[in-house]
Ligand binder design. Structure first.
Ligand SMILES: [Zn+2]
Length: 93
């Protein structure tokens, strides 16, 4: 129960039961970002066109890597939602 978070099927499938991930920048295995315990903007930011999430620290980078948050389908979805005024989410600004 402690590891539950609302996620799309794609992200959920990549996360599976993992609570740790590999940070490609440092080579460390670190805990994944915890949605209810940690602040998004301390771990991530958007790139200039809001299509990619950028990891600011190891937990952010490991979460992006583990959940494959830069996969093509998500990038395309963010591009369309941004054009519709529906992205980025307000809490992530
Ligand atoms: Zn997702």
């Amino acid at each position: 129960m402690d590891n539950l978070a609302l996620a799309c099927q794609g992200c959920n499938g990549h996360k599976y039961t993992k609570t740790k991930g590999y940070d490609p920048a440092s080579g460390e295995v670190v805990p994944l970002y915890h949605l209810s315990r940690q602040k998004w903007h301390e771990h991530f930011r958007w790139n200039d066109d809001f299509t990619l999430i950028v990891g600011l620290i190891s937990i952010g980078r490991a979460t992006i890597e583990t959940l494959h948050l830069s996969r093509e389908g998500l990038v395309n979805l963010r591009r369309v939602l941004y054009a519709m005024g529906e992205h980025p989410p307000q809490e992530n600004m």
